[in-house]
Design a protein around this ligand. Structure first.
Ligand code: BTN
Length: 248
């Protein structure tokens, strides 16, 4: 069923100033997962939004808690740019779209934090030449809206800032920023995008622990992997959870 949420519905009525992203909008009250819908039915440039997901997916097989009215759960369909560049573009677009109200920090590899708590996650998946770039932003949650086991780690924009947020406005800002960056990648700006993203992750020179190893981050390479200097030599870490050992 198409959505009845007024802040999301406004999206279908207001044209976006974009080239690729948002050629078509599909806004639903409920889907199992916007990524699943995108992989099965999507066309390049589609934006699939659901007010609620019954089977929202996170990375590493985790469930993404997607209650109605509380967040932005959406997927953008692509057929072009490489996966990593989409992740870089998406994370920076979310950070910038929220910047007037909150200073979000990128957390390698795919999260955004506010006051040290996760407010956004990104999941990219492929099928039959389609790429689904799924973004979940916690907007209106109170702590009690999260399952108990997430409360220490997850929060929402409204709770952390104690300000009102408009989901439709935020989504428009994200989509415009995403489009701008994807267009730049198409015209040879991929390296600059990677540098901006890697620098925003703020890890170079830090001591971290991940996957049972500890070391100093030499750099984040173009593929998005952390290059870690460990007592046994350089190691590349492609995914997983990290802990920063020398401060926050
Ligand atoms: C993560 O941090 O683990 C990634 C979370 C990604 C959640 C979004 S919500 C919209 C899209 N549909 C899904 O099923 N997942 C992504």
């Amino acid at each position: 069923m198409m959505s009845s949420a007024p802040d999301l519905l406004a999206l279908e009525e207001m044209p976006l100033n974009t080239q690729v992203v948002g050629r078509r909008f599909r806004v639903f009250d409920v889907l199992d997962s916007t990524n699943t819908y995108a992989l099965e039915e999507g066309r390049a440039g589609d934006v699939i939004v659901a007010d609620r997901q019954t089977a929202g997916r996170g990375r590493q097989g985790r469930t993404w808690y997607s209650a109605p009215g509380l967040g932005l759960w959406f997927t953008v369909v692509f057929e072009g740019p490489p996966e990593q560049e989409l992740v870089y573009a998406a994370a920076l677009a979310v950070r910038d779209a929220a910047a007037e109200q909150a200073a979000l920090r990128l957390k390698w590899p795919n999260d955004l934090l506010l006051n040290g708590k996760k407010v956004c996650g990104i999941l990219i998946e492929h099928r039959d030449g389609r790429t689904a770039l799924g973004i979940g932003v916690n907007v209106h949650h109170r702590p009690e809206d999260f399952p108990e086991e997430l409360r220490a780690k997850a929060s929402s924009l409204a709770h952390e800032t104690q300000q009102p947020w408009d989901r439709g406005e935020l989504l428009r800002g994200i989509l415009q920023g995403l489009d701008k960056r994807v267009m730049l990648v198409g015209s040879g700006g991929g390296e600059d995008l990677w540098r901006e993203w890697a620098s925003a992750c703020g890890l170079e020179g830090r001591r971290i622990a991940t996957g049972g190893q500890e070391g100093r981050v030499v750099e984040i390479d173009r593929s998005g992997a952390i290059v870690l200097e460990t007592p046994t030599g350089l190691q590349r870490v492609h995914s997983g959870d990290i802990t920063i050992l020398d401060g926050d």
